[in-house]
Design a protein around this ligand. Structure first.
Ligand SMILES: Cc1cc2nc3c(=O)[nH]c(=O)nc-3n(C[C@H](O)[C@H](O)[C@H](O)COP(=O)(O)O)c2cc1C
Length: 199
């Protein structure tokens, strides 16, 4: 039995979010395939995730087990991660960056050695999927180099030792209209179900 952390980073309700419609499609198919797995939903807006302040940073280095520590512990304890976040300003929403600041916890996610930082979540078969919707198109072509959200998610997870990270993107949500949009959305839902069966 695996533990899956479903990390939701969007203030919109599910019914109004392109991202959550896609990630819910993935989660529902995953549940069908893995009825005994535990799925923990972490809605970052409900968790009151916020930028690290001085007290939180001080706690991190003095062994105080505050809410940041508990988020980091939960993050390290699961087998699989589903990140659902829209593209915001070429990257991830700030609340997801703030969450990564919580879980990038020295001694839990990584440690310093004489050779540099080493991920502590490696060799545990952990895997992740980053589910994103974007107003424009960044997966290929000249705009690809502007994309910094998926790149960041993959890089920071790799820093922790999590290398099996896939991307599921619905693009051009602000460009496509009516039937064209429906077609693209349906294609992405199909891809979501396919990826969920292999996750
Ligand atoms: C604050 C904000 C910033 C955005 N920045 C970008 C951007 O840089 N590039 C882009 O293609 N779309 C951008 N968008 C559009 C969203 O990525 C797009 O509409 C997406 O489908 C929204 O997903 P949602 O319905 O789950 O919120 C932005 C939207 C918002 C609200």
């Amino acid at each position: 039995m695996s533990k899956v952390l479903y990390i939701k980073a969007n203030p919109k309700p599910d019914s109004e979010s392109n991202t959550f419609k896609l990630s819910n499609e993935f989660i529902e198919e995953y549940k069908k395939q893995n009825p005994n797995d535990e799925i923990i939903i972490l809605d970052l807006y409900k968790e009151n995730i916020r930028p690290l302040d001085n007290e939180m940073v001080t706690n991190m280095f003095s062994g105080v087990k505050d809410e940041v520590y508990h988020q980091a512990e939960l993050f390290a304890s699961v087998d699989k991660y589903v990140f659902a976040a829209p593209m915001w300003n070429l990257s991830i929403p700030a609340i997801l960056k703030a969450y990564f600041d919580y879980v990038s916890y020295v001694g839990i996610a990584f440690k310093y050695t004489e050779q540099g930082a080493v991920g502590l979540l490696a060799d545990k078969g952990k895997k992740a999927v980053h589910i994103v919707s974007r107003g424009g198109a960044y997966s290929e072509g000249p705009s690809a180099s502007y994309e910094m959200g998926d790149r960041y998610v993959k890089t920071i997870l790799g820093f922790f030792g999590i290398y099996d990270v896939k991307t599921l993107a619905l693009e051009l949500t602000n460009v496509l209209q009516d039937e064209e949009f429906e077609k693209a959305a349906n294609r992405s839902y199909e891809e979501a179900r396919r990826m969920a069966r292999e996750f």
